[in-house]
Design a protein around this ligand. Structure first.
Ligand code: FE2
Length: 444
């Protein structure tokens, strides 16, 4: 079966690469993927034609790459500088970052962010939306990440968000530095309304930033309501401004943790408004579960936004990693399957469709939010693929499956050996990888 418009491939047709016998997300199995000139040329059973290179997926899942829709490359891997966040709160994290910021150099930010890109490629994460702090007259993090974005372009798509970490109004020159960052090449408008001095200034910051985005034709992604305060309702303003400017489908609210604590009646009105305005929600499960609820006794709120209800209402929901070893979070390895696992658990998303949606929240959904071109598993899409040591999405999440091959534009970018242990119960010996394939082998 060949795609319309791509013709029939003769037996002597030459593919650059064919991946044989793949399972695809959504349930298709036994599929061959033929690649020509960095793009998927054909998908079908037993593709005819020669291949410059073949990979036998042996019935394992082949997915488009993981997409991290929310991370901070400028703070990544700075853990312990100048000290650890001992309270684990958002506010100590912001204070700590404020201590580190004057000591940053462009080179150290660049080197740490580049080190993270190596981890990302190893984990099959080939598109990243990174917020970059613009509350710094030197804008050295902006310069460092723009340089990295250019250098990484052959391998990883990096999209940058101008993020006024210290507040659009709270920081005296944030508007000027944010506009400068946009001129330098940062693409997306960010914000942090819950960190402004008052609710009113938070609301006004959303209006001002949406006006900038509307004037310049930018996408928007604001840190929004990252608090346990149920009265933090800046998402309502963001949603209304999205409609007012006709920016449906171009705006995302990140975190939205106050929704966890909001009154149910209010949320029953809010979520349909978000769906109507096509405002996307980006939850960050690893960070939300650790930063939120810090001022509670018991029961402690878990903080993550209402993913199940947002998904049910048709709102686009993605999961981001947010922080990797920085002032806000000491752990992580930029593994989006770890993120999906946490999102699934915190959100009670254990139904079969919900588990598939958790996989989608680190692949298809963020690709749509980032407006990535050529993403997917159809003829004509970029040949950006990940062969996982798992048979389906549920198994991939359950095992945080090894990424056996990470392919970018039809070429192998990263490769990992399959995970396995040999277990001996007397004479019964099995090679165990905790998939359903635990194959009995001969006694040794
Ligand atoms: Fe963030």
């Amino acid at each position: 079966m060949l795609a319309p418009g791509f013709g029939h491939f003769r037996a002597n047709f030459m593919f650059d690469l064919v991946i044989r016998n793949a399972n695809l997300p959504g349930g298709r199995s036994g599929v061959d993927i033929g690649v020509v000139a960095g793009k998927i040329a054909a998908l079908g059973r037993k593709l005819e034609g020669e291949a410059g290179h073949e990979i036998d997926a042996t019935g394992r899942l082949v997915s488009p790459p993981f997409v991290d829709s929310h991370v901070h490359l400028d703070s990544a891997l700075s853990l312990g500088l100048p000290r650890f966040n001992e309270t684990g709160t958002l506010l100590e994290g912001i204070a700590l970052w404020g201590e580190l910021k004057p000591k940053l150099t462009q080179e150290t930010v660049y080197e740490r962010a580049k080190a993270l890109c190596f981890w990302s490629a190893a984990r099959g994460t080939l598109a990243i939306r990174s917020h970059v702090d613009v509350c710094d007259d030197r804008l050295l993090a902006v310069e460092a990440l723009l340089r990295l974005k250019t250098e990484m372009a052959p391998w990883i798509d990096i999209q940058l968000v101008a993020f006024p970490q210290d507040g659009f109004y709270r920081h005296a020159r944030a508007e000027e530095t944010l506009r400068r960052a946009l001129k330098m090449g940062v693409e997306v408008v960010g914000g942090i309304p819950h960190f402004e001095r008052t609710m009113e200034e938070g609301r006004l910051s959303v209006r001002a930033l949406m006006q900038i985005a509307a004037d310049e034709g930018r996408l928007v992604d604001m840190h929004c309501d990252e608090t346990d305060d149920p009265l933090s309702r800046h998402i309502e303003t963001l949603t209304a401004e999205t409609r007012r400017h006709g920016m449906e489908g171009r705006v995302a609210g990140s975190h939205l943790t106050s929704m966890h604590s909001m009154d149910n009646y209010y949320v029953s009105k809010l979520i349909p408004l978000m769906a109507e305005a096509r405002v996307a929600a980006i939850a960050n499960p690893l960070i939300n579960i650790t930063l939120q609820g810090r001022y509670d006794n018991y029961p402690k709120r878990r903080g993550m936004t209402r993913v199940k209800e947002l998904m049910a209402a048709g709102v686009e929901v993605a999961f981001g990693h947010d922080c990797v070893m920085d002032p806000w979070y000491p752990l992580g390895s930029h593994d989006m399957l770890e993120v999906a696992t946490m999102g699934l658990h915190v959100g009670h998303l254990t139904g079969t469709k919900e588990i598939a949606a958790c996989f989608g929240a680190v692949t298809d959904a963020p690709a749509r939010i980032l407006n990535l071109g050529g993403y997917g598993l159809e003829p004509g899409c970029h040949a950006d693929l990940v062969v996982l040591q798992a048979e389906d999405e549920m198994e991939a999440i359950r095992l945080r499956a090894e990424r056996l091959f990470v392919i970018r534009r039809g070429k192998i970018l990263a490769q990992s050996a399959p995970r396995a242990a040999v277990v001996r119960f007397g004479d019964e010996v099995r090679e165990v990888d905790c998939t359903r394939r635990n194959v009995p082998v001969k006694p040794r």
